[in-house]
Write a protein that binds this ligand. Sequence first.
Ligand code: BGC
Length: 237
Amino acid sequence: MRTLTIDIGGTGLKMIPLDLRGEAIGERHRELTPTPRTPKDVIAVLETMVDRQEPFDRVSVGFPGVVVRGVVRTAPNLGTEDWSGFDLGNAITQMTDRPTRVVNDAELQGYGVIAGEGVEMVLTLGTGLGTALYTDGRLVPNLELGHHPLRKGKTYEELVSDAELARVGKKRWRKRVQRVFDTLAPIFNYDRLYVGGGNAKKLVDPLPPGVERFDNVSGMEGGVALWGDRTAKVAAP
Ligand code: BGC
């Protein structure tokens, strides 16, 4: 049973094949997210990537927005106008002729790294800010904390996005990320916080107590959990 796991990002499109335990069984492939970023354009690039893959049995997709039963509701960093209402699950099934499950990108990545015990929170620092919350391995779907105002009318995402990092520099950006940690800890009272996304490596070690960093490949290993299979770390919901 091979699960092709796809991560659709604001900057890159990635895919990796996984075995039943969520271990990678091949290389991760990456292409730039095309411009424009409409469903048609993104699907066209994914199709060229899928064509280069070894055979697989099912597909898991992490999408950078709110997804309900495979249908996209929002896509702040791709263009919600273009994506809202798009049945991404069905489009990928049509393309691959394989069953497909789609969830939010931070949620999929969280499944790859959480322990499945207690309250666990996941943040992804990339083009946008992804957030996911689990209790004993069960997901609270579509927690969109990134769009909640944090300071002076600016949302968490507006303060720590990739564009802001480029604008204000690493030092100020790191302070802002610390503010995000300090704000979230007393609200969610999580046992553990996992931080991923392309910019996680720009945080300075040691990370605050209870905070762990993860990379994109470990996150994508969460793809098998969408099917109720037990990953190396966590029993699926
Ligand atoms: C979206 C989230 C997504 C995050 C990271 C945010 O703008 O609202 O759904 O997880 O970006 O891609």
